[in-house]
Design a protein around this ligand. Structure first.
Ligand code: PLP
Length: 452
């Protein structure tokens, strides 16, 4: 039985289903930072889909490259043939990585990229005589994907609870929500104290059993673009080194330029052992993701009999041609530079809005991965009451006004509402103005509706 409510009487019940009963209009077309529905209404894609369409919609170079590739060959199984788009893209990606990260394993999405990191880490441990290591510590809240392995390291109760009986849940430490702490420590001291929670967890679990720690260098939707104090990143690396624990960076959302640098971790010169990429990598033109690893980890696994893992669609020529063309555009248009500049501008505007709307307690993020959090008041930083449903109302009000944003109700320990504003990296100064004007209107409506 289909419980979905048709948005209008001319829409038949759908045979599709996703997470909820919510139905949205049919999309008709898209160009740049805009989408149009079938009634001709225009929307600003202020969340790049789900932080995916980094280079914007309808990019001619990507479309033409994909068409050309389709005329040549769209699929050749990787165990039967190598292909040029995959070879080229792997080489170009390696060029953006921290030193030594020279091996690329293609997949089709973020969950697959994270699963691949977990599996390579484990096989590396087995191949190098450390078979007792299997625990992967992660943070709460966090989101690392929907498959059972990625879910086991995800800190998001609503998503994990139905499945705990089916998976091995992994240890979690709190995400570094230093902005919420009301103590006498400086922000950098707090950063160190959050990092030290990893060491406490490793010691509690038994260091010889801990395989890896996985984190998003700049948080995604679950934390609302959470950025740790600078001191956090180096201390995490030190702790991992001290205990022989591998460091996995989930750059599925923060990678491929969105934060103004190729990797979110590049803001702190991070040196993780494994990196997961997706989303902006294919920029919505093709499902595409990758695990990036150093030869020093890959070689022992290959020598021990091969990496026991893979996906049918991995490294297919069409997806890789799309990824290469996306990278061409990021380079040609200096989209990382634009993400940094427009991110600064948009963040400044969000800060201005927070001064006018006192229920915005925090504005954070890097480049065009930005979020604002709602609070009861900025002294206690207590979250808004759940019943207000602020996270849902803000996106619905903005949607009606033609602006798509992203939101969640999760934060460290307690729940809270935040929304993310992450337009495509091609966004212009004028378009930032358009986004901010609609946001301003939206927040005014939200304030009067919820008595804020
Ligand atoms: N990791 C992070 C940080 C994400 O934000 C997501 C998706 O939102 C994933 C992993 C999972 O990616 P996918 O939905 O492509 O499987």
């Amino acid at each position: 039985m289909d419980n979905a409510k048709p948005a209008s009487s001319d829409r038949a019940p759908s045979h599709l289903f996703y997470q909820s009963r919510l139905r949205r209009p049919l999309v008709d077309r898209a160009e740049g930072i805009y989408l149009w529905d079938q009634n001709g209404k225009r929307y600003i894609d202020g969340s790049s889909g789900a932080m995916v369409v980094n280079i914007g919609h309808g990019n001619r170079h990507v479309i033409d490259t994909m068409k050309k590739q389709m005329d040549k060959v769209t699929f050749a199984y990787r165990l039967h043939f190598e292909n040029e788009p995959a070879e080229d893209l792997a080489g170009r990606i390696a060029g953006y990585m921290p030193e030594g990260m020279d091996k690329v394993f293609f997949v089709s999405g973020g969950s697959e990229a994270v699963e691949s990191c977990l599996k390579l880490a484990r096989q590396y441990a087995v191949a190098t005589g450390q078979a007792q290591r299997w625990k992967v510590i992660s943070r709460f809240p966090s989101y690392h994907g929907g498959t059972l392995g990625a879910l086991a390291v995800t800190g998001y109760a609503a998503l994990t609870d139905p499945f705990t009986a089916m998976m091995k849940e992994m240890p979690k430490i709190p995400a570094p929500t230093a902005y919420l702490d009301r103590d006498n420590f400086s922000i950098e001291e707090r950063g160190l104290r959050y990092a030290d929670k990893l060491e406490e967890a490793i010691l509690a679990e038994g260091p010889e059993s801990v395989l890896a720690f996985i984190m998003e260098p700049v948080g995604g939707a679950s934390t609302g673009a959470l950025v740790a104090p600078d001191s956090y990143y180096g201390r995490i690396r030190e702790i991992c080194d001290r205990h022989g624990v591998l460091l996995i960076h989930d750059e599925v959302m923060s990678g491929v330029g969105r934060t103004g640098k190729f990797l979110g971790g590049d803001h702190w010169n991070c040196r993780p052992d494994l990196i997961a990429l997706s989303k902006g990598f294919g920029s919505g033109y093709s499902p595409l993701g990758a695990m990036v690893a150093p030869s020093r980890m890959v070689q022992p696994v290959l020598d021990a009999g091969g990496f026991q893992h893979g996906y049918t669609y991995a490294g297919n020529p069409l997806a890789c041609a799309a990824g290469g063309a996306v990278l061409d555009e990021i380079e040609r248009l200096d989209l990382m530079g634009n993400a940094a500049a427009m991110g600064d501008l948009l963040k400044g505007e969000l800060v201005m809005l927070s001064k006018r709307f006192p229920f915005i307690g925090d504005v954070r993020g890097k480049g065009l991965l930005l979020a604002a959090e709602f609070v009861e008041n900025t002294v206690t930083m207590q979250p808004l009451a759940k019943e207000k449903n602020a996270f849902q109302r803000v996106i619905d009000i903005a949607y009606d006004k033609g602006l798509i944003i992203y939101s969640r109700r999760t934060r460290g320990g307690v729940e809270g509402d935040h929304f993310l504003v992450c337009p495509p990296m091609i966004v212009t100064r004028e378009q930032i103005g358009e986004i901010v004007a609609i946001l301003d209107d939206t927040l005014q409506d939200l304030a009067s509706e919820l008595n804020l």
